[in-house]
Design a protein around this ligand. Structure first.
Ligand SMILES: [Zn+2]
Length: 848
């Protein structure tokens, strides 16, 4: 596909080794560059085409080894982000050396080579420079073959102020002061053969941890001055996961060192540059003594995820962006494996059900997409960084792993990595490796999940000793004909008969499958262990049996799925809201954090749909269900309880005090928060987010001022974002307006402002003001915020639940299409549609 597409590079010339020397000027926001590239000319050419964007060229020349340089002239194509070097003579096949001098800008858009600013411990404003190249922004820092299949070796040299730290992908091998310039030249070793999007340069004042050796590689955590002490936790999970992966993959870590670097301004969560992984601060730096369990888990997740990429992504890379899921789904899957091995008490695979449910929510839309789809222009890959690539991808891998067996699956992965290391691969290569190693039909099974959008709703009924399973595509919106899609569904069954339990795994490939059991079952769980990426709908008699066995024979993940599937079929109009609320009523005795999480998410969802009168009646039900659970846990931490129970206590209180509108809870939470202000150590840390959210929900101007001051003087990145996002949860109009202004006023980092905006849109009391503010300031937001955050911010429109608002939203986006995420916008609009349809369907309920 390469030659004919104007945005793809010709394959007549391929790079082998780059020598890149950059001299950034942080105060002028510019950089100067020199580059030497050893290339292989495959076919005779007179032109060389590379990618370049926002670069100026000073000189280009080419020479054969030992020959004289010939100057070339440069023509630019800004539309396709390419530069063409034209030479006077034909270049014959063989090795050549290309030499380029150029200059560029350090931008503020958090991509390419960009600037980030922060205040040092003395309150002085400082600047650093960092890179973010995935998917196609290496071309903003140096001219290159910026497509993942053009792998090459990179040797980087950075010329920086003598007091600054310079980091790149490989070890620094030489630091030489440049007399009279107050600068030094830092020369880095050669990298392995890798793609351009993984190259990184970081320059600034940094505090680094002592190295921890993992195999032969020193591992360090870096932060801006004053924050170095927050890197200890990341160092622990960093070294654990790196050695865990080298054992799992049976291949040593492919780099020569590994630096984990926190960057104050960062558009995504983290970036897997080989040997120099960059993070937003909340994903790397954390105070283990003060952070909540879920904040610690987030750091453990992200660090493990990025470390997993050193093999999956960096060592073996997708050929083109359509294969992005190979990188991301695997890294997500591996992140769970590593964190689960590190802290089994967190039961990471159980909490993964919450992520799986988030993917199923999007994948139940008409506007969903297959995990892998054809990507033409590289910018189309931007729309792939979503829950379908990461969470659905990881879920179907988990399903496959459970079906094949974990050791067989791991052996297939090892084979795949060994076959394709230092090179590129496609989805089909993975199935080849798995089939070769397991002798099971992995391809047919997985193709149905990777190349088809959506997932099945599995109906289960009993016919004597036979179980009848049938599949059809699940959809929230029933209008129109659903396409006839069949999946190869590994069905994990557990049935109870005469006090015995029967386990069975069957493969449903057709519309229907009848399974004869040895006994007439009393109850059946059709997604045993919770690994299947499907929803289950039981016949009324089986549903009654499952409800009866809820706390006896069902695992927590199975209860989670029962609640989550029932909520989904309720939104889809296949189950009545009354039935769902009755099921919720059975959970008074529930003790599992994840089951409660799905209940709480559905409560917030309902709250956004219901009108005021309905809401009051709904709140009564919430209190009747949540209060007994909280009474059993009590407000004070007890001896011997788990971290998950501590988090559950916080979550129950947070829900009761907000969507539950429980005044006694609100009063007590405010008292406890006042105590926390005086003596932080006296309040259990997992309780604090709940207290903060209740104070904001019930808060006035005085509370707002306190929170605002907390944002400004936060001791940790977690504390800063906790209070910042809490500002968006206040409900008084003047306070809402103040927060709205902050989103574009420059005082909130552009890495956070779009998410603050999303939060205000989802705040029922603020949503209309927020929507009109967003419309008014739309152009400014587009200009200010990182591109990838725009569709994520717009997710907030799902909260605008009324026919009038919906019409206005559709009208607005018809005239203001979001080019960075057309698919995601379609999905947000459909989610809004579903909520409006439900509002209409339920308008007569909950009125007494
Ligand atoms: Zn990733």
């Amino acid at each position: 596909m390469s030659e004919q597409k104007p945005y793809r590079l010709p394959t007549t010339v391929v790079p082998e080794r780059y020598e890149i020397k950059l001299t950034p000027d942080l105060s002028a926001a510019t950089f100067a560059g020199e580059e030497k590239v050893s290339i292989q000319v495959i076919e005779p050419v007179r032109q060389i085409v590379v990618n370049a964007a926002e670069l100026e060229f000073q000189a280009v020349s080419i020479r054969a080894p030992g020959g004289k340089p010939a100057r070339g002239n440069v023509t630019l194509d800004s539309e396709n982000e390419q530069a063409t070097f034209n030479f006077p003579e034909i270049l014959n096949p063989g090795r050549w050396e290309l030499q380029i001098t150029f200059s560029g800008i350090l931008n503020d858009k958090l991509h390419g080579f960009y600037r980030s600013t922060y205040k040092d411990p003395n309150g002085q404003e400082k600047t650093l420079a960092s890179t973010q190249f995935e998917s196609t922004d290496a071309r903003r820092a140096f001219p290159c073959w910026d497509e993942p299949a053009f792998k090459a070796i990179f040797q980087v040299t950075l010329v920086v102020d003598e007091k600054l730290t310079a980091i790149s992908n490989a070890r620094a091998i030489r630091q030489t002061p440049l007399p009279g310039t107050r600068k030094k030249e830092v020369v880095f070793a050669d990298t392995m053969k890798m793609s351009t999007y993984l190259v990184a340069f970081i320059v600034g004042e940094f505090e680094g941890s002592e190295p921890v050796m993992v195999g032969n590689a020193p591992l360090r955590v870096w932060a801006v001055p004053g924050k170095g002490h927050l890197g200890k936790f990341a160092l622990q999970i960093g070294s654990f996961s790196l050695s865990f992966f080298s054992r799992y993959y049976d291949i040593p870590y492919p780099g020569d060192k590994l630096d984990l670097i926190a960057i104050p301004d960062f558009a995504s969560g983290a970036m897997e540059n080989l040997g120099a992984i960059t993070f937003r601060e909340t994903a790397l730096l954390v105070d283990e003594e003060k952070a909540t369990r879920s904040e610690l888990e987030r750091v453990a997740d992200v660090v493990s995820h990025e470390n997993a990429h050193m093999w999956f992504g960096d060592l073996v890379t997708m050929k083109w962006w359509n294969g992005l899921w190979l990188n991301e789904a695997f890294a997500t899957f591996m992140e769970m494996l590593a964190v689960d091995a590190w802290k089994p008490e967190w039961r990471r695979w159980d909490s993964f059900t919450v992520s799986r449910a988030a993917a199923m929510q999007v994948d139940g839309l008409k506007s969903t997409r297959p995990i892998e789809f054809p990507v033409e222009r590289p910018e189309e890959a931007a729309g792939m960084f979503d829950v379908l690539t990461y969470e659905k991808g990881a879920s179907v891998l988990r399903m496959l792993e459970q079906y094949l067996g974990d050791n067989a699956f791991r052996d297939g992965i090892r084979l795949y990595l060994r076959h394709h290391q230092y090179a590129n691969a496609e989805t089909t290569d993975l199935w080849d490796a798995l089939e070769e190693s397991t002798h099971q039909p992995a391809r047919a099974l997985m193709d149905s999940w990777i190349f088809q959008a959506g997932y099945p709703l599995l109906s289960v009924k009993k016919d004597g000793r036979e179980l009848v399973l049938s599949q059809r595509l699940f959809r929230y919106l029933q209008e129109g004909e659903a396409p006839d899609r069949k999946f190869h569904v590994p069905v994990f069954l557990r049935a109870g008969a005469k006090g015995r339990s029967i386990d069975k795994i069957v493969l449903l490939t057709d519309q229907e499958l009848r399974i004869e059991l040895s006994e007439d079952p009393d109850w059946v769980v059709a997604n045993a262990g919770g690994h299947g990426f499907y929803r289950v709908r039981y016949s009324p008699d089986l549903m009654a049996a499952v409800k009866r066995e809820l706390q006896i024979h069902l695992l927590p993940v199975e209860r989670f799925n029962l609640v989550n599937d029932t909520w989904a079929t309720t939104l889809a109009g296949l189950t009545s809201l009354t039935d769902y609320l009755d099921l919720m009523g059975l959970l008074r005795d529930e003790r599992d954090l994840n089951v409660w999480t799905t209940v709480i998410i559905s409560c917030h969802h309902l709250h956004r749909i219901l009108d005021e009168v309905q809401d009051r009646s709904f709140q009564e039900r919430i209190r009747a269900i949540f209060n007994p659970a909280l009474e059993r846990l009590t407000w004070a931490p007890r001896e011997g309880e788990t971290e998950l129970e501590r988090q559950l206590r916080g979550d129950l209180i947070g829900a009761l005090g907000t969507v539950g509108e429980d005044q006694a809870c609100q009063k007590r939470a405010r008292e406890l928060y006042a105590q926390y202000e005086k003596d932080p150590a006296s309040v259990e840390r997992n309780l604090v987010p709940a207290l903060v959210s209740i104070v904001a929900y019930t808060g006035n101007g005085t509370d707002y001022e306190k929170f605002y001051a907390r944002v400004k003087n936060a001791q940790t990145p977690q504390e800063e974002t906790r209070y910042l996002f809490a500002l968006g949860a206040f409900r008084q109009p003047d306070l809402i307006d103040r927060t709205l202004k902050m989103t574009i006023g420059g005082e909130v980092r552009t890495q956070n402002a779009p998410y603050l905006m999303r939060g205000i849109l989802l705040n029922k009391d603020a949503r209309e003001r927020a929507w009109s503010f967003m419309k008014t300031h739309w152009e400014e937001m587009l200009h200010r915020y990182p591109d990838n955050s725009i569709p994520r911010m717009c997710e907030g429109i799902i909260g605008l639940v009324s026919p009038e608002l919906e019409a206005d939203v559709r009208e607005f986006f018809a005239h203001h299409p979001v080019k960075q995420g057309a698919k995601q916008m379609e999905q947000h609009l459909e989610r809004l549609r579903i909520a409006v349809v439900c509002k209409e369907r339920w308008k007569d309920l909950l009125r007494t």
